[in-house]
Design a protein around this ligand. Structure first.
Ligand code: OAD
Length: 235
């Protein structure tokens, strides 16, 4: 199969692509959701009820991004290289809120679940970059009011970002590649079915809930499987 015949690529990544960079996944053994209940830290209701706990959860994760040991791994770098060399349309959609794709050099990139390094204000709706801890009584940089600044993360019950653009890209995708995601969370888990005319490839350490919807599987760690697959694609 000459993969270069396929023009438009949509790639979906999940926590598994950042696991080898040292960022914990959600649902694997020792994943974040084993230690925290989603309802306690990842819903608008949790923020209203206990903003201190929610801010602390995201402050720890935001601070981790400054750890010099946390670096893009060969899978992030290979995707950035693919974007540079691919002649058709290219879209990278990530469910991850870390900054590793950007640091690897990806630019046609949509963070559908938000970004750890951004915040927004519930009072004035201004969104801006933020790399420090957030205090519960943080003043908004834009309007100056206190107590409304929250992580720019899509919580359960909220609408993921960029959905129109993502659906349009899936509809014309010739190639859909899903990397390091468990297929547990919608709408991302349904993308494989929306990429109706695409060849569908899954790269993961193991089979997932949505594996039967794919045409081919590469089983193994993203840091070796993704560069190997992309090299083949580009040759
Ligand atoms: P999960 O933690 O649900 O799944 C991680 C997936 O990565 C699993 O299928 C693992 O098998 C796989 N994996 C782990 N290490 C890997 C490696 N080195 N190489 C390849 N694959 C590996 O994470 P997501 O699917 O990203 O949402 O979770 C989706 C959403 O659920 C997240 O964005 C987050 C979470 O709740 C929000 O917070 C809104």
């Amino acid at each position: 199969m000459d993969l270069r015949l396929f023009k438009n690529i949509v790639i979906l990544t999940g926590a598994g692509i950042s696991a080898e960079s040292g960022i914990r996944t959600f649902r694997d053994q020792d994943g974040l959701w084993e230690e925290h209940r989603i309802e306690d830290v990842a819903t608008p209701e949790a923020f209203a009820r206990d903003p201190k706990l929610v801010q602390r959860f995201y402050n720890l994760r935001r601070a981790q991004l400054k750890d010099p040991k946390i670096q893009p791994n060969p899978a992030h770098l290979a995707l950035a290289e693919l974007e540079r060399l691919w002649e058709g349309d290219f879209l990278l959609v990530t469910q991850n809120v870390d900054n590793l794709h950007r640091r690897a050099g990806s630019s046609h990139l949509l963070h559908m679940h938000g970004r750890l390094d951004k915040v927004f204000c519930l009072h004035c709706d201004e969104h801006y970059e933020w790399n420090e801890d957030l205090a519960v009584d943080q003043s908004c940089e834009a309007c100056g009011r206190k107590g409304g600044v929250r992580p720019d993360i899509v919580w359960f019950g909220e609408m993921p970002h960029h959905m129109e653009e993502i659906y349009a890209a899936l509809d014309k995708a010739d190639y859909f590649i899903s990397i390091g995601t468990s297929g547990n969370v919608h709408p991302a888990a349904g993308f494989v079915r929306l990429a109706w005319k695409a060849k569908k490839i899954e790269i993961n350490l193991k089979d997932t809930e949505i594996s039967p919807s794919f045409d081919a599987h590469f089983v193994g760690p993203a840091s070796t499987e993704v560069p190997r697959f992309i090299k083949e694609l580009l040759e």
